[in-house]
Design a protein around this ligand. Structure first.
Ligand SMILES: [Zn+2]
Length: 492
């Protein structure tokens, strides 16, 4: 969708990320997704009178991981507040969240723009909170309530209004997902609700300093939906202003099926949460050793990893981007690279490119087809490395290797065993290949004559025929060499 060039969108995003802790934020209940309704509950997360919440230390650790990774200032003291509202899926009548004193403030995330440049998107704050339950409206005439999710730990990441297009919003979300999954704090699954995003949107005439009136768009459950919803809302605001109207501050719900956003019914909109410090929870005190401990435990972040691949490993920028897009791809690649049998004289860059080619093509293609996590693929990094070793050692050709890989993916057998069992070992025996080449040339006198007459592209035809007769097992280098010689002889 084309946006009116006279206007500039101003977008800020609020991302909720569900933390991968084993237990809830303030009690010992399990956070496992998909349990029977209302089974992962206890008096604490149901808010029974007389119970007391106890903060999950792991939630603080996880918030600190992201805060440190995004260059935030870490508050030595932060507090939890009660956000009061009534809803059937909120038995306590309030949600525990951080309001005035969040744990992390003033960081940034860098995105790679389409023009090749990089842009910093400011992060206003990261705070810890608990999730509410779930109302299920579509079962029957009644609304059902599942409170399993009550108390599940979340962090909310609020960006500065630095985003200037739906595309930038998309890139920010992709990068945020990459960060939380690399850091191991969130599974990043937007469809299951582990990552949720709300957007604040306004438009202003280009060059204007003041922000326009903003609206809030909710209920976007994929990155693509965020992009589409923002395009819709930006266009709606621009049209409204162009027609002499005024944007009203309101909350809109995105309807992906209708490709439109509709205002929330006003009674669903909470106007005043009456935040106040939760009297049941002590302030969160984070000292310097705690921060230093988390900092030293941080994994290599995607940007650093990509730069290392492009630098130290000498991979093309494109390879480095694809390999580091997801932590599991990068981990698979590095494991295979480490397992590659040493070859005399091969530089690390050469090894890296060989493994990269396989991961970017066959491995990712098969993963896409099978829709499984890479660690569940029977073709493990070690087996891929062994396969590449067989090609380099001259045991099999690159073409046969693809067939072997296809078997590995199904059976999980070792590549060496597959090659032996199926008799796929490459034939480098020159006299044997020479006999077949002679047969091919004898069988195709017309093509030989044309080749002699200057149609050099027919060379590929002879290679193909020879390979076909040898079941694809002939060593291509030897085939090429013999063909050159034999064709030369016949020409002369
Ligand atoms: Zn509980």
């Amino acid at each position: 969708m084309k946006l009116n060039e006279a206007y500039e969108p101003v977008i800020g995003l609020e991302v909720h990320a569900q933390m991968l802790t084993a237990t809830k934020a303030f009690c010992g209940c399990s956070t496992t997704f998909g349990g029977d309704p209302n089974t992962n509950v206890c008096p604490v997360c149901l808010g029974m009178p007389g119970t007391l919440p106890v903060l999950n230390r792991r939630l603080v650790d996880f918030a600190l991981r992201l805060g440190i990774a995004t260059g935030c200032t870490i508050a030595p003291r932060s507090i939890f507040a009660r956000k009061n509202y009534f809803y059937p899926d909120l038995p306590k009548g309030y949600q525990i969240s951080q309001f005035e004193e969040p744990i992390c403030t003033n960081g940034f995330l860098e995105i790679d723009c389409d023009d090749g440049g990089r842009k910093r998107i400011g992060i206003t704050r990261i705070h810890m909170e608990e999730d509410a339950g779930k109302s299920i409206h579509d079962q029957s005439a009644d609304t059902l309530v599942d409170v399993n999710r009550c108390g599940v730990p979340l962090i909310e990441i609020v960006s500065e209004p630095d985003i200037r297009s739906p595309r930038e919003a998309y890139l920010y979300l992709v990068r945020m997902r990459q960060f939380v999954t690399y850091l191991g704090i969130c599974d990043g699954n937007m469809e299951e609700g582990s990552l949720r995003c709300d957007a604040n949107v306004s438009v202003r005439r280009k060059g204007a300093a003041a922000f326009g009136t903003k609206t809030e768009v909710k209920n976007m459950n994929s990155f693509r939906n965020v992009e589409r919803a923002l395009e819709f809302e930006i266009n709606r605001q621009i049209r409204l202003i162009e027609d002499g109207g005024r944007v009203v501050q309101e909350t809109l719900l995105w309807d992906a099926a209708m490709n439109a956003a509709y205002p929330m019914r006003s009674k669903e909109e909470a106007h005043d949460y009456r935040y106040f410090p939760d009297p049941d929870l002590v302030p969160v005190l984070v000292d310097e050793p705690w921060v230093a401990g988390v900092r030293s435990s941080l994994v290599e972040l995607p940007g650093a990893r990509r730069d290392r691949y492009a630098g130290e490993l000498g991979l093309p920028r494109y390879d480095a981007d694809v390999l580091t897009a997801e932590k599991e791809i990068a981990d698979y690649f590095e494991e295979a690279l480490a397992a590659l049998p040493p070859q005399a004289g091969a530089a690390v860059q050469e090894n890296a490119k060989a493994v990269s080619n396989w991961v970017m093509t066959e491995v990712l293609r098969v993963q896409g087809e099978k829709k499984v996590a890479l660690k569940e693929l029977p073709a493990t990094p070690a087996r891929l490395a062994a396969l590449i070793g067989l090609i380099r050692g001259g045991t099999i050709s690159g073409k046969i290797a693809k067939d072997v890989f296809a078997v590995m993916v199904e059976s999980g057998e070792e590549p060496g065993a597959i090659v032996r069992a199926r008799g796929l070992t490459q034939v480098s025996d020159a006299p044997a290949i020479e006999r077949v080449v002679e047969e091919v040339l004898d069988a195709n006198p017309a093509q030989v004559a044309k080749y002699a007459g200057g149609s050099e592209k027919l060379f590929g035809f002879f290679v193909g025929e020879t390979m076909k007769r040898m079941g694809g097992k002939a060593n291509p280098a030897v085939v090429n060499q013999i063909l050159q010689r034999k064709l030369g002889e016949r020409k002369g």
